[in-house]
Every structure is written in C-alpha cells, then in structure tokens.
Design a protein around this ligand. Structure first.
Ligand SMILES: Nc1ncnc2c1ncn2[C@@H]1O[C@H](COP(=O)(O)OP(=O)(O)OP(=O)(O)O)[C@@H](O)[C@H]1O
Ligand SMILES: [Mg+2]
Length: 263
C-alpha cells in the first residue's frame, strides 16, 4: 500500500508545488511508482508537468463530485513511473459546496477517493493550496504524512504554529495517525544573511523535523535556483530539465531521505 504524502503550508509561494512536482519526479526516478495529485485550483503542478489547463478535460474536481473515478482522470507523464491527477480552476467550487452542505465526513472525501487506487502506487503526493481551508483539510485527512516547505525568508515561521495546531486537531478527529515527515527549508541563499539566519533558527529549534542527508548529519535544504524556477515553464520537472543542477540534487536528496527513512 502506497504512502500518501501531503505538501502543505498555508503561506503562499513557499515552494509547495515545486516540492510536490520535484519530490514526485525524484521518487519516480528511484523506480518508485508515483501519483501526483494536484489539489490546488491554481493547477500549478498540472502546468508544471506540461499539461495545459484547457487541454485537461476531467480533473480532480470531477472525482470529488462523483462524475469520474480517480483512475479515469490519471495521466501518464514524460517520466515512466510518474502519473498526474490534474486540477483546474473549477476546484474552487468544492470549497463553496463544502461549506454549504455541512454533511459529516466531508473532510474525508479525498481520502475515500484515494483509497480506490492506493495499492497501485508506492507514493501518492498531494499538492495543496495556500490556505487552511477545505482542500488542505481534505489533503491532510487523506495523508499518512505531511511535508512542510519553509521559505528561508523573513516571516518564514509566521503561520507555522497555526498549521501545527491544525495538524494536531486533525489527529483527534479525521486522521489520528497523521505524522510530520519533516520541514523542508526552501529557496535558501548563502549570499543572503537573512536566509542563513532562518536556516540557523530552524536547525536550532526544529532539528528533529529536518530531513537529513544519508551520509552526513547535514540537513536537506533546497537552494534558491534559477533552474528550479525555469523548469515549470518548459513543462518539466527539474530532473528532465537540468538533472545535475543544485536544485535538482536537493530534491534527489529529499527522495533518498524519505526512502532511507532518514528524516
Ligand atoms: N528553490 C527555488 N529557487 C528559485 N525559485 C523557486 C524555488 N522554489 C520555488 N521557486 C519559485 O517560487 C515561486 C513559488 O514557488 P511554488 O509555486 O512552488 O510555491 P507554492 O507554495 O506552491 O505557491 P502557492 O502557495 O501559490 O501554491 C515559483 O515561481 C517557483 O518557480
Ligand atoms: Mg502551489
């Protein structure tokens, strides 16, 4: 049975989608069969893998409303072991319906859908939107674990307490076994003192939560990288765009830390 990993942080632009896409690709490159579920109406993970929004006929919203099965909307990608369940702007409709219906179990809808295909993949990675709303709650309720990307910038830890208390609350309700796989420092720049300070703070206060490189005790962190920022515009994960770039190596290290259980 595959492990389901949600990528979450209600702060916008911290590297959730970049992490979801490139972790998925790196796990696929290590011969794991991976499904990436785009669970954000912005559909950035979908476009990052080269799918145009208007070319995707059915998306995850159609699965949530019951008009398609999850297996019917999954697409192969340019990587052998990597598959995509796309999103589209229509997914915003789910938020409205979530609040209007008030039916019990509404936070478990995605989990029910994922259970149908879970045994066909080694990993299912869910990209979530920048909010602690119904979509992120559904993603966290469906997941075994969560990875929290943290941008090495001012206000990096703002909102983290709220996210952690949401995770704690879900453990007492919809997802008792949800665990934090780790925090992932992103967009680290060694030229920038603030960036260095944020990383030092993370190591000081949250060392246990950081992913470790297998050989040494150093933590895995994603550098600020032009190649990482460019690759979505070519519709490719960084592995297919510039495999040897330092951003690509960071996501390969993350995948190895997850497979090695070192986190
Ligand atoms: N390590 C990095 N180096 C340089 N640019 C990066 C890096 N990681 C992400 N970016 C860029 O920063 C922007 C935000 O990244 P991304 O879309 O992954 O964040 P996000 O948390 O998913 O955003 P949102 O909250 O809107 O969904 C994008 O333009 C992305 O290409
Ligand atoms: Mg995103």
């Amino acid at each position: 049975m595959g492990e389901i990993i949600a990528i979450a942080n209600q702060k916008g632009g911290v590297g959730k989608t970049t992490t979801a896409v490139n972790l998925s690709a790196s796990l696929a490159d290590l011969n794991k069969r991976v499904l990436l579920i785009d669970f954000d109406p912005q559909a950035n993970a979908t476009t990052s893998l080269g799918f145009r929004r208007n070319e995707v006929e059915f998306d995850i919203y159609h699965v949530l409303i019951g008009s398609k099965k999850l297996s019917q909307i999954i697409h192969p990608t340019d990587m052998n072991n990597l598959f995509l369940a796309p999103s589209n702007i229509g997914l915003v409709g789910f938020e409205k319906e979530f609040y209007s219906k008030r039916t019990s179990g509404r936070e478990l809808l995605l989990k029910c859908k994922v259970e149908e295909i879970q045994n066909q993949y080694d990993f299912i990675v869910i990209d979530s939107p920048p909010a602690l709303g119904p979509l992120t709650i559904n993603a966290l309720s469906a997941a075994h674990s969560v990875i929290i990307p943290i941008q090495c910038e001012f206000f990096a830890l703002e909102g983290l307490a709220q996210l952690l208390s949401t995770i704690k609350a879900l453990r007492t309700t919809s997802n008792p076994s949800l665990f934090i796989r780790g925090f992932l420092p992103t967009m680290y720049s060694s030229q920038n003192n603030l960036s260095k300070q944020v990383l030092a703070d993370l190591i000081q206060h949250f060392d246990q939560e950081l992913f470790k490189k297998s050989q040494k005790g150093d933590c895995v962190m994603v550098p600020r990288s032009v190649k990482l920022a460019e690759s979505p515009s070519f519709g490719k994960p960084i592995l297919l765009y510039d495999k040897k770039s330092n951003g690509s190596l960071a996501y390969q290290e993350l995948a190895q830390a997850i497979l090695g259980g070192v986190s």
